[in-house]
Design a protein around this ligand. Sequence first.
Ligand code: UD1
Ligand code: CA
Length: 458
Amino acid sequence: MESVASIVLAAGKGTRMKSGLIKVLHPVAGRPMISWPVAAAREAGSDPIVLVIGHQANAVQGTFRGAPDIRCAMQEEQLGTGHAVACALDTLNGFRGTVLILCGDTPLLRAETLKNMLAYHRENQAAITVLTALIDDPYGYGRIVRDASGHVTRIIEQKDADPEEQEIREINSGIYCMDSDFLFNNIRGIGNDNAQGEYYLTDLLAIAVSRGLGCLALSTADADEIMGINDRAQLAEAGRVLRRRINREHMLNGVTIIDPDTTYIDHGVTIGTDTIIHPGCQIGGASVIGSGCDIEQNVSISGCTIGDDCHIKAASVLEDSELGEDVAVGPMAHLRPGSKLGNKVKIGNFVETKKITMGEGSKASHLTYLGDAEIGKDVNIGCGTITCNYDGVNKHKTIIGDDVFIGSDVQLVAPVTVGRNSLVAAGTTVTIDVPADSLAISRTPQVNKEGWRLKRKA
Ligand code: UD1
Ligand code: CA
């Protein structure tokens, strides 16, 4: 197979986003906008991929740190798309084959479309192939101009188009395949004598035509796919399309999603078969969820690994945590980062955990805070238990052995250890270590003063 390289244009700021963050780094469905076209180019067999960067160059570069196929080329001043591509050529020095040119702001573009376009470009041995679409409102886009016999002759930009040309509904997507020799030999022949005083990449079409070289336009059936994101309304629209694609893939893989329209699953999440996801859930951060799980409504999961057959009840929030198999969480529980729950653990309503391990079969069923704790197997944590882990300066650890029973309303003032098989009586404030097999109790003995209420009334 012939080699393919890509150039992804991403030097512009994206003024219409009205943002401190450069447009192509705005997240869409769980990853920066530019990661989508880059992934499509990669999947279409492109290596290397050259990013043309300018505004916030370090941030864009940082997004792809460590990716062996990504190279960056600097465009100090944004003098137009033709100038941007010219800036990438040194980085592509020595490459021969087909060059794909894409924009960093088209997250909906699919690898299949690029593969089809590459095949069409090769079959016809064209010098340049542009991806186009027929749309109802072509305003703002470059228009594809064809001659009487239907051959492409050039692309005219909105600002340079006469009223007749403005009627053309076939638009330039800004996505091209080019023969590398043609590109290298002609890119510097582009001028900037136009309404915007910019070097238009689109001028390469007219150049190819004037040289008698193959110049083709391939129209895509799905105009959605080439939608360029310019503002936050379009950003939301693109997110919706991507989510629908992601959800569909999970459903085809055997996941039940009760209401895909209100289910927000980011790119990079893995979910096993026969897991059921109820409405209003948000799942991201490359979470891995096993099979046979039941994720009830309005649950938020980020950066978690969840084993098979877990039951996550309504309105729970799970962050950067690990759950074994058959674990129950919620409703309305909060697992904060570093919570590691063994098989068959049960975390009930209004329980908050942070940086803890909990062994198999242990339970904290109601209204509890467990932070910086090592909890063994088959431990029962009573309602209202609090690990007092913070002294205002430092965090301290609580260690609870296997088979311990902690009664209701217990405070464990860390650092403290409760030995295995001990019982801590309800209402106890544990400030010193409890040996194994013991009872710990710290309460002021109760006094009953009989008739006291009657005397007071009198
Ligand atoms: C461009 C095309 C237009 C097409 C449209 C599709 C040209 C002259 N026009 O117009 O025919 O219909 O895309 O969306 O190519 N960029 C740089 N450096 C620059 C200029 C732009 O990196 O100097 C990048 C931008 O960051 C952006 C992309 O190139 O990612 C497209 O630039 P933009 O200014 O949005 O081009 P359009 O005017 O939309
Ligand atoms: Ca644009």
